[in-house]
Design a protein around this ligand. Structure first.
Ligand code: ADP
Ligand code: MG
Length: 583
């Protein structure tokens, strides 16, 4: 009894239309009833044979399927064979309104013939066809070039046992291990023993042994992996190794971003982990932008997430002490820091990603900001605005006094100090030369990182090119450059960002903002609606390169959430230099 109406093996039609498979099997998990099972392009349809037509029919979306395998019965007397398909569809959470991916297994018994081998072959044919249909990506509309991980897929999972609340290992065994096996991915667990261990491991690893490097930790461990790869002689090839991230830390911004790019609803904690595990199993690989960062000491490194100065960097560092509360540490840190808000003096310049109009636009004050919607707001700019109406309880709790300025250098500054000159143009023409100089300077210090030349950046001790935009104001609350959408698991700082858009999404908040307005911005950031607050001190620009020169003697800069040396810093984006397993 062969009910197939199909072509021999749909796997020959990967890029064409998958042929339909049809069969009648026993559904082992749901009541051991006889079912008709049909496989179409993106759906597996199971219909109880006993029920009246239209009833007892369940349709499984193969986009939710991570794998399918065939096997013999455990009992030798059993001539039947089996195939199990593993789905992780979004389902409503118990006792809640939210949605999360939840595991669902479908197992069928095949008993078409007396011969157990023939049954196993048939089960294998189904398993292959289901796998094949499950890993055929839908046509993309976003124009991004995707590739797929091969199967079976050899994955090095680097796990930091101390990340987050110290539960990464149990998170792996509870949520990830089985899912990877179902998806025919073979994980090799590498548990890091100390800081920079992951960096050393990937610097020395034989990368031909691995199809992907995945980290289960916070963003900090991926920062090590990226830079370890960029320290290799073969960096150009090494950085093409697909990278994956599973959230196990307290700062899981890239994981939250990947979840967003896949079109899934915003998730936290273990639900985010399951969603990222699912995306890893699906194995779609897309370009990853990396930002080359240069420090005054000559150090160079690569960043995949963010560069922050002022408020955001302070929160990042200070909230380390609340890491026991997990991802909520950033919210807690934000409230604490709002209570003692600081203004930082410095200079900011950037190269816009898109052509910007006139020369006047290139010297940018808050009045020239494209997000200043009302000219009347400018008048209040230099005064510390009084707290506005928001949440008076929050405000009084944070004693809304004047904002502290830690900089004694404030009055000695002159904006003309940073004005570009003719010499800058030469600098631009010699950009690649300069990048080489910079690299040589870097090699005299501890920097081992290699990588492409930064053709947009002049040396840090020379002025920026004249076609860069210079911000004339010098009092900043924060400067935040983002190249992924989330700043932490629950802060959607750059809703427009995509992992391979070739763009740095630059935000800065100038002095003059009230605490209440700043709090409102951060509360709005949970949904990514902070630009809609129309805060006149908040500016958003899409840029390719930037330079930041802090003038306040004390402060902090973080890159990907890790503290780096404080001082002048500049950066340029390299679109699609790496590869990311995303959705
Ligand atoms: P979290 O988001 O919880 O901060 P991260 O992945 O960012 O987690 O890791 C925090 C820091 O811990 C990183 O700087 C990383 O280099 C370091 N680290 C990695 N492995 C270990 C280890 N075994 N013990 C201590 N620190 C480690
Ligand atoms: Mg971290």
């Amino acid at each position: 009894m062969d009910r197939d109406k199909t072509e021999p093996d749909p796997s020959h039609h990967r890029n064409g239309i998958v042929g339909l498979l049809y069969g009648e099997f026993i559904d082992i998990i749901n009541g051991k009833v006889r079912c008709s099972v049909s496989l179409a392009d993106h759906a597996l349809t199971v219909q109880k044979i006993t029920s009246s037509p239209g009833q007892g029919k369940v349709v499984f979306d193969l986009n939710d399927c991570v794998g399918c395998r065939a096997f013999k019965g455990e009992d030798n007397a059993d001539t039947g064979a089996y195939f199990s398909a593993y789905f992780y569809p979004f389902k409503r959470k118990w006792l809640s309104f939210g949605m999360a991916r939840q595991r669902l297994e479908q197992c069928f018994r095949v008993a078409l013939a007396q011969d157990p081998r023939a049954n196993l072959e048939e089960a294998e044919r189904w398993a292959r066809a289901i796998r094949d249909a499950s890993f055929r990506p839908l046509p993309r509309t976003d124009g991004v070039e995707y590739s797929e991980l091969r199967r079976p897929c050899r994955i090095m999972v680097l796990l930091n046992p101390n990340s987050g609340r110290g539960q990464a290992l149990s998170l792996f065994s509870t949520h990830i291990q089985r899912m990877l096996t179902e998806a025919d991915a073979v994980p090799t667990l590498v548990i890091t023993e100390h800081q920079n261990h992951a960096r050393e491991i990937v610097r020395e690893a034989d990368l031909s042994q691995w199809d992907a490097l995945v980290i289960l930790s916070g963003d900090g461990l991926l920062f090590e992996v990226v830079n370890g790869l960029m320290e290799r002689e073969d960096w150009e090839e090494a950085i093409q190794t697909p990278l994956g991230i599973l959230p196990g830390g307290s700062g899981n911004a890239l994981a939250a971003s990947i979840n967003r790019y896949s079109g899934a609803p915003a998730l936290l904690g273990e639900e985010l982990l399951v969603s990222c595990g699912f995306l890893l199993c699906k194995g779609l690989v897309s370009p990853l932008d990396l930002v080359s960062v240069h420090m005054a000491s000559g150090q160079r490194f690569f960043s995949f997430l963010s560069l922050a100065w002022g408020f955001v960097a302070d929160v990042d560092i200070e909230s380390e002490r609340y890491r026991q509360v997990g991802a909520a540490r950033f919210l807690l840190g934000t409230l604490v820091r709002l209570a003692s808000l600081r203004v930082y003096q410095g200079r900011l310049a950037f190269l816009p990603a898109h052509e910007e109009g006139t020369v006047e636009d290139r010297v940018e004050g808050v009045a020239a900001s494209s997000f200043t919607r009302s000219s009347s707001t400018n008048s209040s700019f230099h005064s510390t605005s009084p707290p506005d109406s928001l949440s008076s309880s929050f405000c009084s709790a944070m004693s809304c006094g004047p904002v502290a300025d830690p900089s004694p250098t404030h009055s000695t500054l002159c904006p003309e100090d940073s004005a570009p000159d003719d010499h800058t143009l030469n600098t631009l023409h010699n950009a690649s030369n300069n990048a080489m100089k910079l690299l040589q300077a870097g090699s005299q210090t501890t920097s081992l990182v290699k990588g492409p030349p930064d053709s947009l950046l002049p040396p840090l001790d020379e002025p920026v090119p004249t076609h860069w935009t210079q911000v004339t104001e010098q009092g900043f609350i924060l400067v935040l450059a983002m190249y992924q959408s989330f700043l932490s698991e629950d802060l959607l700082a750059a809703p427009e960002a995509r992992s391979g858009d070739g763009c740095i999404h630059l935000y800065y908040v100038l002095e003059g903002v009230s605490r209440a307005a700043l709090l409102r911005l951060f509360l709005a950031m949970e949904r990514g609606t902070h630009m809609a607050c129309e805060c006149p001190q908040l500016v958003y620009r899409q840029v390719r390169a930037l330079r930041l020169e802090p003038l306040s003697p004390q402060g902090a800069i973080t890159v990907d959430g890790e503290q780096v040396e404080y001082g002048s810093i500049q950066a340029q984006i390299h679109g699609g230099l790496g590869k990311l397993i995303s959705g």
